[in-house]
Design a protein around this ligand. Structure first.
Ligand code: V47
Length: 372
């Protein structure tokens, strides 16, 4: 392939052309090469082979029924204790009213993630899915991370499979990819000690896929993890995807430093830089050959870098994100939402084709132009 200067990338380029799988050692070469434009070209080759110029986004609202949480992840600025200032805990009707007040025609996805509330019974979550589906017909509910499913299983004393089956019967359409953080035990012990284990997270996604619930997968990076630990994280996802095929997208989440213990403990405020973020996305595109989409999550990247990332393997920029709170409470300086037109304009200006999708990646509309 033209334009690749680092000789270590040449055999990798041949494998990419032949559609062959990269090894762990080759993944590390991608993380270490100084030939960033070569890396970009390789990732872009894969993105164009898979999806051409199409770039996806979704009209989505972010809902958190509570921020009360007993888990205490050190990277989290969202969690509150009972009675603490800024804590909320809504009944089903309050959640529905909150969404109704922000509802916009054409909304396709309600994305729900929240704290692990110690007292709400499992029935509350079933009622919430049913109420959202009944109140907003046609809208898909993508709700609760594997960490929350683990919590439901504990409070309901039910196996994962029964929890997921019941949620599916109540109307759950898909699951978000949060709670994965970094799978490596060394890191997990430090940042998410009381959360679902890596094995538990993977098992829950396996069962969800077996039940026909498509899911996403995230990776929280840019804190104390090594590059090997990032690749190990991707490797475990790639293995599971080989078996189930149920992941729709992979979303690297760049660590945001405000209001959390981890940044305080590390004693710094600057974490990933733009090129770290782009490199990480490109490695993900090349290593995760079996996951359809790599997301450039503009809420952590910024809309500007998300636009650039479309040349680095990214084929999805998430969506309108009405009232995103998790990364904004941790200091993300980005807007609290973007209009569909703004997203389409970003994609068009990068020379790509904006495709509005639903939560399951079915195409809703191709935006061939945006009114001024
Ligand atoms: O697991 C928490 C992350 C995740 C911080 O499936 C932070 O489409 C950065 O599930 N800095 C939850 N990240 C969010 C989530 C998600 C996000 C985007 C897309 C999708 C999807 C799902 O938020 C947590 C954690 O990794 N997070 N705190 C922080 N300080």
């Amino acid at each position: 392939m033209k334009g690749i200067r680092d000789p270590k990338l040449w055999p990798i380029a041949e494998k990419v052309e032949a559609g062959e799988r990269l090894t762990f050692a080759e993944g590390l070469i991608l993380y270490q090469t100084r030939d960033l434009t070569g890396l970009m070209r390789l990732a872009n080759r894969v993105r164009e082979k898979k999806h051409g110029h199409k770039t996806y986004f979704v009209h989505s609202i972010r809902v958190s029924q509570t921020n009360i949480c007993y888990v205490g992840c050190t990277f989290c600025a969202f969690q509150r204790r009972f009675g603490e200032e800024g804590a909320w805990d809504w009944d089903v009707e309050e959640v529905v009213a909150w969404v109704r007040a922000r509802y916009q025609p054409g909304l396709t996805e309600i994305h729900v993630t929240a704290g692990h509330h110690p007292k709400r019974p499992f029935q509350y979550y079933l009622d919430l899915v049913r109420a959202l589906k009944a109140s907003f017909p046609g809208v898909q509910v993508k709700a609760w991370t594997a960490a929350e499913i683990h919590h439901f299983s504990k409070i309901a004393r039910l196996p994962y499979k029964e929890v997921l089956q019941a949620l599916k019967e109540a109307g759950l359409d898909a699951m978000p990819g949060g709670g994965a953080e970094i799978f490596a035990e060394r890191v997990r012990k430090e940042i998410a000690r009381a959360k679902v284990s890596a094995a538990g997270w993977l098992l829950i996604h396996r069962i969800a896929h077996e039940l026909g619930i498509p899911t996403n997968a995230t990776m929280l990076y840019g804190h104390i993890e090594t590059l090997e630990e990032r690749l190990d994280h991707m490797d475990r996802l790639r293995q599971l995807q080989d078996e189930t095929g149920g992941f729709m997208s992979f979303i690297p989440l760049a660590f945001q430093p405000d209001g959390n213990l981890l940044a305080k403990k590390l004693g710094k405020r600057e974490f990933t830089t733009g090129l770290d973020d782009l490199r990480n996305l490109a490695v993900a595109r090349l290593y995760l050959d079996n996951i359809p989409h790599i997301k450039g999550y503009w809420a952590t990247l910024t809309p500007e870098l998300a636009q650039v990332s479309l040349d680095w393997g990214v084929t999805d920029i998430d969506g309108t994100l009405i009232e995103e709170r998790i990364v904004h409470m941790a200091g993300s300086p980005t807007p609290e939402g973007l209009s569909k037109a703004a997203l389409a304009r970003i994609i068009l200006a990068a020379g790509r084709i904006p495709v509005e999708r639903d939560a399951l990646y079915r195409e809703v509309r191709v935006w061939d132009r945006v009114e001024a």
